[in-house]
Design a protein around this ligand. Structure first.
Ligand code: FES
Length: 554
């Protein structure tokens, strides 16, 4: 590949003199116009801890690009903070922001003639947004994670944002004192960086390594560590090497690489959001990778990492025992990981992993033949309640089957209030609908509700079914991503209070136990809700696909 495949078109020759004027105005010299032009794209915002420091990291990335002979320019993209908008109307913008991030990167990279680019992410949607843009643009490009926050310590035990969310339910229930509540608030996140457990952000960072779009070992160093700077700096030389060798994103994001990522998602019992994002990335890459592929993987991969919310350990604990490569190596040794896909480091993942030792890492990561849990933490369900699929998150008890009576809510807030008021009792299936990609719109996460269920001590006796999403911090018997969603007339729109619902993760089934004649009558009475009147929510609701297809607008 030529060293300047695109920037030469934008900036060389007499006809492009005016374009050079603009870059000379910001300090470019003759020599800079002979170098590959590299975009450094931090998803940056001070409105939350997750991406608070990515602008700083972008300076290090620029240093790395310069040292490797490139000319870097920073072009930031946006961030929506999922923790802060959780349980509010703002959460509707979370998944939408993933599309905006991919779109803004496309617009900036394609407008200015960049030859290669580096994305730096943090909070949940910034990562898939950046990786989707990598797949879409198919250029030499690398994703680097901004890192996780350090965990807090309270009374000798680890506290994270998960405890903060669940403390609300426990306080309301009267089993947590106000003093302890305030201490949790003060201690839950002592530094900037992302949420500390294996929630969506840390899940996606590990999957980025498994997929090969990030250097091995780069997911787990904390946001505050010096290693962060070293990885973004390394990205500078790696991306220019990719440019030299003609390695582009789609030669990395293949079916096999996506399958490796799905395998890893199951092995770590990662966030269910990972499924949505892998489907979306596959769509951008033009790879046929579906819920069926994920279903097949989920049936043969055990959980080998004991991380929050399913286990006791944080991302920092995983880092101390060797990081994501330890997990990947154990999967490779068990024949569950394909060794052949190449990564942004220019070598196959199998070859790179041959340099790592995964022995003797203790309880954080176990081997495949002595797993933390014998089954994956996620199951794909289908049935008359979700003909196009749904995603089940298996709770801490490992319970795979549940049968109960529906309690139906058309918003997260009404469900939360019902739990708070004691209206939801053991044996209920809480159904929250019209919160799907089109319906909400934006498919918000239901962490407030799931945390309230767990906080009220009903984590193993109440199930939840929704066409919305879960947070990675969610635990309990949870079924989300129900497709088709209520807003397009999916069967979830027909559920009524008291209906019996059967969930069977072992068989991959979810059923509404109401006869077809009755469902037909209800269908005849149903009408679609109006779309939002204007703005981004309206545009998104008109374009977005169903959760079973990744909920993308591409
Ligand atoms: Fe950003 Fe949790 S709120 S990673």
């Amino acid at each position: 590949m030529p060293r300047r495949p695109r920037s030469s078109v934008w900036y060389d020759g007499v006809e492009n003199l005016p374009h050079r004027v603009y870059l000379r105005a910001i300090g470019f010299k003759d020599n800079d116009f002979k170098k590959p032009l590299v975009a450094v794209v931090p998803a940056w915002s001070e409105a939350g801890p997750c991406n608070f420091h990515t602008l700083q990291l972008s300076l290090k990335a620029k240093e790395g690009v310069r040292e490797a002979g490139g000319a870097p320019l920073t072009v930031p993209t946006i961030v929506v903070n999922d923790g802060i908008n959780m349980g509010t109307d703002g959460m509707r913008y979370s998944l939408i922001s993933r599309e905006l991030i991919a779109d803004t990167i496309e617009a900036q990279v394609n407008s200015h003639g960049f030859d290669a680019w580096i994305g730096i992410g943090g909070c949940d949607k910034t990562q898939p947004g950046i990786i989707m843009a990598m797949a879409r643009l198919d250029m030499p490009s690398i994703y680097i994670y901004g890192g996780t926050a350090e965990a807090g310590i309270l009374d000798g035990t680890t506290v994270t944002v998960q405890e903060a969310f669940e403390a609300v339910g426990a306080y309301i229930r009267g089993v947590l004192s106000e003093r302890k509540l305030r201490l949790i608030e003060a201690q839950a996140m002592p530094t900037y960086g992302t949420c500390q457990g294996l929630f969506t952000a840390n899940t996606m960072a590990i999957l980025a390594e498994a997929m090969g779009v990030s250097p091995l070992g780069s997911a787990t160093p904390p946001a505050t560590s010096a290693e962060r700077g070293r990885y973004v700096s390394l990205a500078g030389s790696l991306v220019l090497d990719m440019l030299e060798r003609g390695i582009t994103a789609r030669s990395i994001i293949t079916y096999e690489a996506l399958r490796n990522a799905a395998t890893t998602l199951m092995a770590i019992a990662g966030s269910t959001n990972g499924i949505l994002h892998l489907l979306a990335i596959a769509r951008e890459a033009g790879v046929k990778f579906t819920l069926d592929d994920i279903d097949e993987v989920s049936r043969r991969v055990p959980v080998i990492a004991a991380m929050k919310p399913g286990g006791p350990f944080t991302m920092q604990d995983l880092h101390k025992v060797g990081g994501a490569p330890v997990i990947l190596k154990k999967l490779l040794e068990a024949g569950l990981l394909d060794p052949d896909p190449i990564t942004v480091e220019g070598e196959s993942i199998g070859k790179l992993l041959s340099r790592y030792d995964a022995n003797g890492v203790g309880e954080v990561v176990r081997s495949v033949d002595n797993p933390f849990k014998p089954h994956a933490g996620i199951r794909i369900l289908r049935g008359n309640l979700a003909p196009k699929g749904a995603v089940m998150k298996i709770g801490a008890s490992g319970r795979l089957a549940f049968r109960g009576q529906a309690k139906v809510y058309d918003s997260e807030r009404s469900a939360f209030n019902a739990i708070k008021n004691g209206e939801v009792t053991p044996g209920s299936v809480v159904v929250i609908r019209y919160v799907g990609p089109k319906g909400a719109p934006g498919m918000p996460e239901m962490l407030k509700v799931t945390a309230a269920i767990v906080g009220a001590g009903m984590g193993d006796t109440v199930a939840m079914v929704t066409d919305g999403r879960f947070s990675g911090a969610t635990r309990g018997i949870m079924v989300g991503h129900v497709a088709p969603e209520a807003a397009v007339g999916g069967p979830i729109a027909l559920v009524e209070d008291g209906d019996e619902i059967e969930i069977d993760g072992a068989r991959g089934v979810i059923r509404l136990l109401v006869n077809e004649d009755e469902l037909d009558k209800r269908r005849g009475r149903w009408s679609p809700p109006p779309p939002p009147p204007q703005g981004l929510l309206r545009k998104y609701s008109m374009l977005v696909s169903q959760a079973s297809e990744g909920a993308t607008t591409s």
